[in-house]
Design a binder for this molecule. Structure first.
Ligand code: ZN
Length: 372
C-alpha cells in the first residue's frame, strides 16, 4: 500500500458498505421482522452493481436473521463479504477492505447513526462516510460514477464471488496444485480486440504493472489508433473456469513484419499469475509464429516489479541472439528496452487449460507490404 497516498484520494469508490437498520431498509429488524426496502434504495443497489461498484454490509444484528431477510428481499446476492455482528464497525469495514484487497480509501460507508460514522471516520479517515438520507443521491455523485463501464465491471461482483469460492476450494483441495488447476476446467480465449474490449484492455494494463513486459502503459486512444493499422494486432485474453469468469486477463500488442513479429506489449493480470497465463500466451504465440514461418522479437524493459515476466520470456526461449530479422525493427522502442529474439518452433498446447485462439498465420502476409 502506498504511504504517499492522500488521506482522501480522488477517484471512484470500489465498494460501498451498507448499514442495514434504518439505512438500507426502514425499521429495526430485531424489533420488527417486516422491515421495508424502498424501491429507491433497491434502484441504488442494482444501479451501483451494474456500474461495477461492489457492495457489502456492516450491521449490528444477528447474522442468520439479517441474511435471511436480505434473501427474502431478493438482494442478498448483491453483497460480498458481509460483516453482520456486534464488534466495532471500523474493524468490520477494515476486514471488508482486507478481504477484497482494496485500500480503505476506495471504500465508502453509509449509516444512519452519526456515532457509527464518526467511529469509522476516526479509525479509517480515508473511508468516505455518508448519512442514510444520502442513499438515493449516490448514483448521481461523481465518486460513484466510474469513467468507463466495461464488460468486466458489469460482471465484477460475479468475478469476486467466483474468486471466493475458488479460494475456498483450493484451501480444501488435497492434491497437487497442477491437479487443482486441471480440476478447474479452465477455458482461455484469445481473440482480436473489438472496439468495446479496448476499454477493458486499458483497465488491465493500468492494473498489471507486475506483469507488464515493457512497463509501458498504452492508453486507450493509442491502442484504438493501432487497431486501424493493418500492420498491428491487438489481442485480448479472457479466462473462465467452472466457478465463473475471470474476465479479461491478458493483452498482446503485435506488429507484423516480413520476417518477424514484433511483440510490443504483453501484460497479464496479477490475479492469474498462478494459472501461468503469461507462459500459455507466449507458447501459443511461438507456435503461431512457427506456423507462419517468422521469428519473434519482443520488447522487454526490466522494472522493479516485472521480474516474473522476464522469467516467462527466458523460459519460453527468448534471448539476446543476433539475427538478420532485427534489421526490420526500427531502432529501440524506448529507453532501456531490450529487444529479445526467438527462432520459433512448434509448441505443444497447454495441458491445464483448453485454449481457444484464432489462426494467426494469416498474419504472415505482411509480405503484402513488401515489394514483389
Ligand atoms: Zn530472427
Amino acid at each position: 500500500m502506498s504511504d504517499t497516498a492522500p488521506a482522501v484520494p480522488p477517484g471512484t469508490v470500489k465498494c460501498l458498505v451498507w448499514d442495514l437498520d434504518n439505512t438500507l431498509w426502514h425499521g429495526t429488524l430485531l424489533e420488527d421482522e417486516n422491515v421495508v426496502l424502498s424501491e429507491a434504495n433497491r434502484e441504488v443497489i442494482v444501479g451501483l452493481d451494474a456500474r461495477g461498484v461492489l457492495q457489502s454490509v456492516c450491521s449490528r444484528n444477528d447474522h442468520d436473521i439479517a441474511w435471511a431477510r436480505l434473501e427474502a428481499l431478493g438482494i442478498a446476492d448483491y453483497f460480498v463479504v458481509p460483516e453482520i455482528g456486534w464488534g466495532p464497525k471500523s474493524d468490520a469495514v477494515r476486514r471488508i477492505a482486507d478481504r477484497l484487497d482494496f485500500a480503505p480509501g476506495t471504500l465508502a460507508f453509509i449509516d444512519d447513526q452519526p456515532a457509527e460514522r464518526a467511529e469509522v471516520a476516526f479509525h479509517l479517515p480515508e473511508v468516505r462516510c455518508y448519512a442514510a438520507q444520502d442513499a438515493t443521491t449516490l448514483l448521481s455523485l461523481p465518486e460513484f460514477s466510474p469513467r468507463s463501464v466495461t464488460v468486466d465491471s458489469r460482471q465484477r461482483r460475479t468475478m469476486y464471488q467466483a474468486g471466493f469460492r475458488r479460494t475456498d476450494e483450493r484451501e480444501r483441495f488435497a492434491g497437487s496444485s497442477e491437479d487443482f488447476l486441471r480440476s478447474l476446467d479452465m477455458v482461455m480465449r484469445i481473440g482480436r480486440a473489438t472496439d468495446e474490449e479496448l476499454s477493458r484492455v486499458e483497465e488491465l494494463t493500468l492494473r498489471t504493472s507486475q506483469m507488464n513486459a515493457t512497463g509501458v502503459h498504452y492508453p486507450d486512444e493509442v491502442l484504438r489508433a493501432l487497431l486501424t493499422l493493418p500492420s498491428h494486432e491487438v489481442l485480448v485474453t479472457t479466462l473462465t473456469d467452472r466457478f465463473g469468469p475471470h474476465g479479461a486477463v491478458g493483452v498482446v500488442l503485435l506488429e507484423k513484419h516480413g520476417r518477424a513479429w514484433h511483440l510490443k506489449l504483453l501484460a497479464t493480470s496479477c490475479r492469474v499469475v498462478a494459472f501461468g497465463a503469461g507462459t500459455i500466451i507466449l507458447n501459443w504465440l511461438v507456435d503461431q509464429a512457427a506456423l507462419a514461418g517468422v521469428h519473434l522479437l519482443a520488447d522487454f524493459r526490466a522494472t522493479d516489479r516485472n521480474r516474473v515476466m522476464e522469467i516467462a520470456y527466458r523460459f519460453a526461449g527468448f534471448d539476446e541472439q543476433s539475427c538478420d530479422c532485427r534489421d526490420e525493427i526500427p531502432e529501440s522502442s524506448g529507453e532501456d528496452v531490450l529487444l529479445l529474439h526467438l527462432t520459433a518452433e512448434r509448441r505443444e498446447p497447454p495441458t491445464t487449460v483448453r485454449l481457444i485462439a484464432p489462426d494467426m498465420t494469416d498474419l504472415a502476409p505482411t509480405r503484402a507490404g513488401l515489394p514483389d
